[in-house]
Ligand binder design. Structure first.
Ligand SMILES: [Zn+2]
Length: 448
């Protein structure tokens, strides 16, 4: 008989609820849902005589799972093979040839390696951009691990230097995206969602972007890149006669169903457009630093009311998929320019939880520990030599803790990491996943 309730007991609960309550307490999980959050002084849980499992969270923070709203799981085997290059060379010389080489087997190896890293590091949900092919294998492999995923195949019907295997016709790109959405949305108990993923302006015809915008008008989600580097912005200006973000918006690619990764170089007018429309922006601090893209004006955009999330981007431009690291960097990166008081630990944590939830279109389901939300939560050890004796648990998590301090991870109420180890529910075994990735990389040969 399966036991209905789990109590995560005795930790410091960082709720991220509307009041941002933080305190010693317990979280009650009922199936896939948070049934109750009890902070000091609240009455005990009312679960009658039911038996329940307990997870000991003493000395730990209990908080919503991290949500990364811009990831390329399919690039994980290209980790370390595309270092120290600017964006357009990075894409044409390394990343696209690598993506063109992926087959079903290597895609599954990518997905399993990425999921192991993400889950062990406290990331419970991602917004993923796939490559052009093998998206069925990607969804299937990720779904089996228990991770929550909104994703879609990359759409590429235009541009220079695109390998033949990645070049699609407009019709084929749309048809395959529509089919994948029909086949995968809502699968794995609703943990899979679909977001159309036109790669970026320079990879897409205007016809394709207009067709995607028509689907947004009919309720679909979109995930793409915008204004990552200045040479890209200049090429968009020359090719389409407009600023990148304004161009997207003019075509109908704006609003709460649209998430734009990077936005490192928005104009002031474009920032006003993002704020007015409710378009989400995903800040990718490591990736922007490594590719030399610049530093996005995140504190300004936050002050202007723009919805911001965080993401690691892909392994070739990071080289980790580490939500804790992005959280710390997001809190640190802007202080040199705007002063130490502008991006607080709490603001950074909001981006990594609530902001991510919104960018995935799941703001009503995840991102906070509140009754009725899905039980996506993590337990992070604060009694370590590099974190203790921080008096403020939010500071401890943002500035002090590391991915390796994550002790427990629940997604949809399923216990996926226990005591810092992947559980059987993930179908992942750490050493086997790494060995499989290494073998797949060797098999891919020259492409990586
Ligand atoms: Zn990206």
């Amino acid at each position: 008989m399966s036991i209905r309730y789990t109590v995560v007991e005795g930790g410091t609960v960082i709720t991220m609820d509307a009041r941002r309550r933080v305190g010693r307490g317990d979280v009650l999980i009922d199936g896939n849902t948070i049934a109750a959050v009890r902070l000091e002084g609240d009455p005990p849980f009312d679960i009658g005589a039911s038996t329940f499992l307990t997870v000991d969270a003493r000395g730990c923070a209990v908080l919503p799972g991290l949500v990364q709203a811009h990831v390329h799981v399919c690039q994980t085997l290209c980790r370390g093979s595309a270092d120290d290059l600017p964006l357009l060379e990075w894409l044409k010389e390394r990343v696209w040839p690598y993506e063109a080489s992926l087959d079903e087997k290597s895609m599954r190896a990518c997905a399993r390696l990425a999921a192991a890293e993400l889950l062990l590091g406290g990331t419970t949900a991602i917004l993923d951009m796939g490559t052009v092919h093998e998206t069925d294998a990607l969804f299937d492999a990720l779904g089996r691990t228990g991770l929550r995923v909104v994703g879609g195949k990359a759409m590429m019907d235009h541009g220079d230097g695109v390998p033949a295997r990645l070049r699609e016709t407009t019709r084929a790109s749309l048809d395959e995206s529509d089919r994948l959405r029909r086949d995968w949305e809502g699968k794995f108990d609703g943990r899979i969602g679909y977001a159309y993923a036109p790669r970026f302006v320079l990879s897409c015809t205007e016809e394709l972007l207009r067709e995607v915008a028509a689907r947004v008008a009919a309720g679909a989600r979109v995930h793409t890149h915008a204004s990552e580097q200045l040479p890209e912005v200049e090429l968009v200006r020359r090719e389409r006669g407009d600023e990148n973000i304004r161009y997207f918006d003019r075509l109908g690619l704006g609003g709460p169903q649209v998430t734009l990764a990077h936005c490192v170089h928005p104009t002031v007018e474009e920032r006003a457009i993002l704020a007015a429309r409710g378009t989400h922006v995903t800040h990718c601090p490591s990736s922007n630093l490594k590719l030399g893209s610049g530093i996005a004006p995140i504190p300004e955009m936050l002050a202007e009311g723009i919805s911001i999330a965080l993401g690691a981007d892909g392994a070739p431009c990071n080289n980790n998929l580490d939500g804790m690291l992005e959280l710390r960097l997001a809190a640190l990166l802007h202080k040199h320019r705007v002063g130490p008081a502008k991006m607080t630990a709490m603001q950074a944590l909001e981006l990594a939880t609530l902001g991510g939830a919104r960018a995935l279109g799941l703001g009503d389901r995840i991102g906070a520990l509140e009754v009725g939300k899905r039980a996506d939560l993590i337990v992070v050890d604060l009694e370590t030599p590099h974190v203790a004796p921080s008096p403020d648990p939010v500071s401890a998590v943002v500035y002090g803790a590391r991915a390796s301090d994550v002790r427990h991870v629940f997604v949809d109420g399923r216990h996926l990491v226990a005591g810092g180890l992947l559980t059987e529910a993930t179908g992942l075994e750490r050493a086997a996943v790494v060995a499989e990735a290494r073998a797949a990389r060797v098999a891919a040969g020259a492409a990586v």
